[in-house]
Design a protein around this ligand. Sequence first.
Ligand SMILES: [Fe+2]
Length: 251
Amino acid sequence: MTAIQDHAQPQTEPLTIGQKLARLHQELTPAEQANLKLILGLSAGRLVPAKDPDAGQGRTAVSEALEILCPYEVDDPRGIQYRGRPDFLTDELFGKLLAEAARVGESAVPFDEHYLGCGGPVADAIATSPELAELVASVVPKAEATGIASYLFYRDAGQGIIPHIDTDIFSLNVLMMLAHDIPEGTEQPSALYMHYPDGTEERLQLSPGEVVIFLAGTQAHSRTPICQDERVTILTFGFMPEGAPLENYRR
Ligand SMILES: [Fe+2]
């Protein structure tokens, strides 16, 4: 059989479950698509080896579907797209953020397994700044700021976040470590983890001032629980695909 004939043949290779899920997504209404994405995201969290050692096949299917549905054009949607301390984060600005976090933290409300505080003037200004947009654009093209900044506080022993995929509003997450109080003698402090389709994971122990950017709507991630007297304060900024319908990106 020649190459040309090969090309003319209809594709007979059976679709993988991940490809079928992605195809199903194309046929749904926007509301149904949001529900399917939610189900896939919840599944991704339950399919890590720690929860179910036999979940390999399901994990591969869910990861493949999520990666096909990834709304960003990057070489590799897995893992961390950026890690470092950006130039715009001067000591002075960092100090202002710490002060704002302390203020916001007083009225932060319990939310899932952490306390959540809305941004403040300092965080909000960064959320829509050209400097942050430039940093994001340098690693993930065509991402647009939602303008939403949130402070997250892990305060009570046991608080953390189980593996999950974020909703559209944080489909690209800029996460800044503000403060991490680690009690003396703690062997394994709380850390951010990335969970990969093959069942492996990556531990990210961030230092204050460090920023990571990752595709939170595609890449499963978690934070391991804090211990007694351990505290973690984080600031996050949500980004969405350029030109995406805004109604899908509200809280
Ligand atoms: Fe998340």
